[in-house]
Design a protein around this ligand. Structure first.
Ligand code: HEC
Ligand code: HEC
Ligand code: HEC
Ligand code: HEC
Length: 441
């Protein structure tokens, strides 16, 4: 019976040993019958993402019962139970929850999953449907008992470091930041506690991660509380990296250049024949972040697409969702950590370029005399005193030609190059330096 601890996935047995050694004797949990537990854990992972768990493809196109007005959700996601019914089981995207079916008859739930609303009979095997229904009937809990309205876990995390360190850190590291495919665990636990609680209890669909359900909901709740204390990413580092990704993520990540134009790029746009350029954020939203309201409202590279200024100060989880939506489709090409860095840039990294640059004359508004010694000290080692050392066109001319891009680069650095990001220095100093540079002959 104890060997069933890890659920149905082939996790190393040493993990089971650690789990036992850590917890035996210190717990009072309500174990369901062991066979049910395996079924619940598998069912819960299928509920989270059945095609990832089973390693199959979902049908093409959105689920027919998914409301067309939520067109921002990628089509494949609409086939996940959790997209319609929520990771807190209380409904999401305007759909009903499944809380009322806790304790319901498993056969009746299976029938429901085959009905005209759901149509899962041809997609999910009978035994998987059985597991999902078992989860719905006996695996749900009321997450509001654990997570409060401000997304904080209610239990305290004292002394959970050892448990985390022995069970989880082997894969996730002590700071929870090892895997670039997912956000740092601390960030995820603070932003999406319900989802993370579900992962802690049941594991991650299709991945080798242990499920803590057999140890009881109270252990999982304390683990969630502990994860919420893990360090955040360094915001300045994340923002500057996000800024370089905004400029050109393909160069910054050394990623393969996109061969097809971005689906949201206007077919007649200036860059339509240079597919990789159409995937750069700045191509659609502008170097000044103002899209059709700013420098790129008119002119050859105008796209008519709005800017991102309205999202400054916005919720990063919401911005991350936006970058994965069907307008953007970055979920398929960028790592989670990069999407987080981009969201941090959008939320905390934008400046109002009108502070720095005069819109009519396109000249910087700073004090060249004050900027000059700083240019000689900080920039000339690479660019040369005359600004002609690295770039084929002189730096003075580049800055005059593209003041907005220059401002963005001086704050965030240049994608995939060693140029420093001056974001943490005084903004006025950056403006003064560029005021000086634009007049270098
Ligand atoms: C595209 C949206 C969508 C998806 C995906 C979806 N459902 Fe539903 N579900 C609904 C709608 C709409 C209803 C209510 C209407 C109905 O029951 O026919 C519902 C009802 C339910 C109910 C009954 C809730 C109640 O209180 O009456 C359960 C249980 C349920 N779904 C489970 C699941 C499970 C498990 C999955 C994944 C295998 C799933 N659903 C996937 C849309 C969805
Ligand atoms: C055997 C390796 C392994 C161990 C041990 C492990 N995990 Fe994971 N974990 C994973 C993998 C793999 C993923 C999914 C990564 C992906 O989707 O790219 C994951 C994902 C997660 C997620 C989802 C993050 C999100 O953004 O939704 C959470 C939360 C998590 N793990 C917490 C834990 C906790 C807590 C423990 C200890 C109880 C633990 N993990 C132990 C491998 C592991
Ligand atoms: C091919 C064009 C295109 C590219 C490239 C693009 N976007 Fe967008 N973006 C859009 C469109 C279209 C909208 C929706 C505008 C609307 O609602 O009218 C949008 C909306 C947004 C919004 C919401 C703005 C608001 O106030 O509602 C943000 C934030 C955003 N994009 C960020 C980004 C980031 C970051 C990148 C790069 C990773 C990016 N976009 C790349 C086309 C693009
Ligand atoms: C460690 C070397 C290094 C330092 C120091 C450095 N840069 Fe750069 N900079 C680069 C590299 C490399 C590029 C990319 C050149 C290219 O794309 O051809 C670049 C590009 C730029 C560009 C963009 C040019 C364009 O393509 O439009 C600007 C503007 C710029 N630097 C300004 C500055 C300023 C101002 C400073 C001082 C605050 C500075 N740089 C310090 C290495 C450096």
């Amino acid at each position: 019976m104890k060997s069933l601890f890890i659920g149905i996935h082939n996790c190393a047995t040493f993990l089971a040993t650690i789990l036992l050694a850590t917890f035996v004797g210190s717990l009072h949990v309500q174990l369901a019958a062991a066979a049910d537990e395996v079924s619940i854990i598998h069912g819960a992972r299928l509920y989270d993402d059945w095609f990832r768990e089973s390693n199959v493809q979902p049908p093409v196109g959105p689920h027919p019962s998914f409301p067309a007005k939520n067109s921002g959700v990628p089509a494949n996601e609409t086939w996940r139970c959790s997209t319609c019914h929520g990771m807190d089981y209380k409904g999401s995207n305007g759909m009903v929850g499944i809380r009322t079916r806790q304790g319901a008859d498993v056969k009746a739930i299976i029938a429901l999953l085959k009905n005209a609303t759901h149509k899962y009979d041809a997609l999910i095997s009978e035994s998987d449907l059985q597991d999902i229904a078992t989860f719905v009937s006996s695996g749900q809990m009321d997450m509001a008992a654990i997570v409060d309205a401000s997304r904080r876990a209610k239990p305290t995390a004292q002394s959970f470091e050892k448990v985390y360190g022995t069970i989880c850190a082997g894969c996730h590291d002590l700071d929870g930041r090892r895997m670039r495919g997912i956000p740092p665990l601390g960030e995820a636990a603070r932003q999406r506690p319900n989802e993370v609680l579900h992962s802690i209890l049941f594991g991650h669909p299709g991945r080798e991660m242990p499920a803590l359900l057999p140890l009881g909901v109270d252990v999982a709740a304390k683990m969630l509380a502990y994860l919420q204390t893990l360090p955040a990413v360094n915001l300045s580092v994340s923002v500057a990296h996000g800024g370089r990704l905004y400029d050109d993520w393909q160069a910054e990540e050394g990623a393969r250049k996109q061969a097809l134009a971005h689906p949201s790029y206007p077919a007649t746009g200036y860059y339509a024949k240079q597919p990789q350029v159409t995937w750069r954020c700045r191509t659609c939203h502008g170097w000044d972040y103002k899209g059709n309201q700013g420098e790129y409202a008119t002119g050859p590279s105008a796209t008519g697409i709005k800017g991102i200024r309205g999202m400054a100060g916005g919720d990063t989880a919401q911005i991350m969702a936006l970058l994965r939506n069907s307008t953007h489709q970055y979920g398929a090409v960028l790592k989670e950590r990069d999407i987080l860095d981009l969201a941090n840039f959008v939320s905390s990294g934008q400046i109002d370029m009108d502070i720095a640059i005069d819109r009519t004359s396109r000249r910087f508004k700073g004090d060249a005399g004050h900027g000059s010694p700083y240019f000689r000290a900080i920039c000339a080692s690479c660019h040369g005193q005359d600004g002609k050392r690295i770039t084929t066109t002189s730096l003075g001319r580049l800055v005059k030609r593209n003041p907005y891009g220059s401002m963005h680069m001086i704050l965030n650095g240049h994608p995939d190059e060693k140029m420093p990001a001056l974001r943490e220095l005084d903004l006025q100093l950056a403006i003064d330096i560029l005021t000086y540079v634009q007049d270098i002959p």
